[in-house]
Design a protein around this ligand. Structure first.
Ligand code: HEM
Length: 317
């Protein structure tokens, strides 16, 4: 076995010439076209690795009872994905060394080819849960939420929490009443906003997705408890994945804007406008929403059975 055989380098390094009109590999139309091809191919390789890790995380989570020893493996897969995401975002810097005019010297050779047609990117959207699943299996989001909803939350927690949240909102009301920048109209507006904030917490903890929402809030609020620490790091890793997916989209859109401005894309979309419209979509909006209802530690209701979430007795010295 030789290095080149193991890595299939003949195929890999022979795959950079784009096909010409006759379907045969053609010469580059500009010096920078190699960069354009290499950067896209490297992204596709990282998409492949990301799918591989995300599938593993999904498979480990999509079982009726996740063994505690699997949680660090899921977190490790997500941390690896996070490193890849950060690397990918920086790769756009390399592409930005290409002058807009130089891109135009081969852009028409792309025809209607566009990243829009990247099947791995679409698979990533489907597997993560941003788009409906394609293969009938639970996607990553469904697996995370089913696992989260099984968090053992203390009896009566939601009621105790709502009382603490009301006190918190009262404190915010008091702070705003002293806001010197608000006239009577501004004051009424901010108090109405706080009314809506309070109502939205009630809906969050008692509405349709109450079980999942309560679990999210419980975990994040008591993340310092030893037994909740590991599940909480999983939630953080999931949140980082979601955040960096959007950072990728934002970064791609800025690079596109810099190179082609607001013109129609080769795929036929409105271009930058379309790309910017995709940036807001979060995979896990419920996890982000739960953070709006966290209260400072001095207001957190004490756990009624703290031992349950502490270290196992036999582990204590
Ligand atoms: C000069 C560099 C690039 C330009 C000008 C560009 C431009 C665009 C435009 C305008 C779109 C919207 C669809 C369309 O109408 O074509 C798009 C979509 C997309 N591009 Fe790029 N792109 C560039 C580089 C890249 C790179 C390096 C990747 C990495 C794989 C990439 C991946 C994608 C993906 C995945 C989409 C679909 C996004 C979605 O639908 O949410 N692009 N690109």
């Amino acid at each position: 076995m030789r290095y080149g055989d193991y890595l299939n380098l003949d195929r890999l390094l022979g795959a950079q010439e784009p096909p010409g009109d006759d379907g045969k590999p053609r010469a580059f139309a500009h010096h920078d076209e190699l960069l354009f091809v290499v950067v896209h191919q490297v992204f596709e390789l990282w998409f492949k690795q990301t799918l591989h890790e995300l599938r593993r995380a999904r498979d480990l989570l999509a079982v009726d009872e996740v063994p505690e020893s699997d949680i660090p493996r899921i977190v490790a897969a997500l941390l690896r994905i996070h490193e890849i995401q950060q690397l990918c975002v920086h790769q756009f810097d390399v592409l930005e060394t290409m002058q807009p005019l130089h891109f135009l010297s081969f852009r028409e050779r792309l025809g209607s080819a566009s990243g829009f047609q990247s099947s791995q990117f679409r698979e990533l959207e489907a597997l993560s849960g941003l788009q409906p699943a394609q293969d009938g299996r639970p996607n990553f989001k469904q697996a995370v939420y089913a696992w989260l909803a099984r968090t053992p939350v203390e009896e009566g927690f939601a009621q105790r929490y709502l009382a603490a949240f009301e006190t918190y909102v009262e404190r915010q009301r008091g702070l705003q009443r002293q806001n010197p920048d608000l006239d009577a109209k501004g004051q009424a507006a901010v108090q109405a906003r706080l009314d809506a904030y309070l109502a939205s917490c009630h809906e969050f903890l008692a509405g349709e997705s109450a079980t999942l929402n309560t679990a999210c809030l419980f975990l994040t609020a008591y993340s310092g408890e030893p037994l909740l620490h590991l599940p909480c790091s999983l939630v953080e890793a999931v949140t980082a994945f979601d955040e960096w997916f959007r950072i990728w989209r934002f970064r791609h859109a800025r690079m596109v804007e810099r190179i082609i401005g607001p013109r129609v894309g080769t795929g036929g979309s409105s271009g930058v406008d379309y790309l910017d419209s995709t940036v807001r979509a979060s995979i896990f909006p419920e996890l982000l929403r739960s953070r709006a209802f966290l209260v400072p530690a001095d207001l957190l209701p004490p756990l009624s059975d703290p031992d349950r979430y502490g270290f196992a007795k036999d582990l204590q010295g």
